[in-house]
Design a protein around this ligand. Structure first.
Ligand code: PGA
Length: 246
């Protein structure tokens, strides 16, 4: 099933989350043929979990820590997230990589912990502008995926991948659907190389300046299996249009 996900980033308080979902739920209540995922900040997971219960809409975390408990000030474990009804976690978002310095090694630990906990990781990959200009897009994406899945290669079907070119995030300058398609097809080939037993259940999502205007163009591409939406997911009307765009 296609997966349309909202990454709210550091936006919307619990009260604003309640208001958002009161508007959003009726707009999408008839939609059953695609998966909808909301990833609010940690502080909104409790209210979102209560409001989404029984709706069929999934709840995801924007991040997690790989250790189950202990002296890790400021971190949140997968067991804590699961208690709110979280079934997905975004791992390795470019803002985690480039603002908070997350390494491929740490991302690999988080992916491994998610798989162990039964939380489906959405592994974010994508090149920076200078890497794109140097013709390194495929190499960067391949390295990030291989390292993220290191040691857990046989579980490729239990993850989703988001291709998010860093230069397209929050800039209003998305990749062209054709360029995204090329990278998505490459990622799918790569998953078969990494795991010859790969069952093809991995969705490859596109993210980076998706809007109600361009969503359907991405969803028309053969290997675009869904979207990861930041800015345009902050308004319930706009996100519902994206959900219904194909
Ligand atoms: P954007 O963010 O839609 O605001 O570009 C996407 C993302 O970072 O996941």
């Amino acid at each position: 099933m296609k997966l349309i996900s909202a990454n709210w980033k550091m936006n919307l308080t619990p009260a604003q989350t309640r208001e958002y979902l009161q508007k959003f739920l009726p707009l999408v209540e008839d939609i059953k043929d695609r998966e909808i995922l909301i990833c609010p900040p940690f502080t909104s997971l409790c209210v979102a979990g209560e409001m989404l219960a029984g709706s069929g809409i999934r709840l995801g975390a924007q991040n997690c820590y790989h250790e189950p408990r202990g002296a890790f000030t400021g971190e949140v474990s997968l067991d804590m997230l699961k208690e709110f009804g979280v079934s997905y976690a975004i791992v390795g978002h470019s803002e985690r990589r480039w603002i908070f310095g997350e390494s491929d090694e740490l991302i690999n630990k988080k992916v491994t912990a998610c798989l162990k906990a039964g939380v489906r990781p959405i592994i974010c990959v994508g090149e920076r502008l200078e890497e794109r200009e140097a013709g390194l897009t495929f190499k960067v994406v391949e390295t990030q995926i291989r390292l993220a899945l290191s040691g857990v290669e046989e579980y490729t079907s239990s993850v989703d991948i988001a291709y998010e070119p860093v230069w397209a995030i929050g800039t209003g300058n998305p990749a062209t659907p054709e360029d995204a398609q090329l990278v998505h097809a490459y990622i799918k080939d790569l998953l078969h190389q990494i795991n010859p037993g790969h069952r093809g259940e991995t969705r490859v999502l596109y993210g980076g300046s998706v809007s109600p205007k361009n969503a359907s163009e991405f969803m028309r591409m053969k290997d675009v299996d869904g979207l990861l939406v930041g800015g345009a997911s902050l308004d319930p009307e706009s996100f519902s249009q994206i959900v219904k765009s194909f």
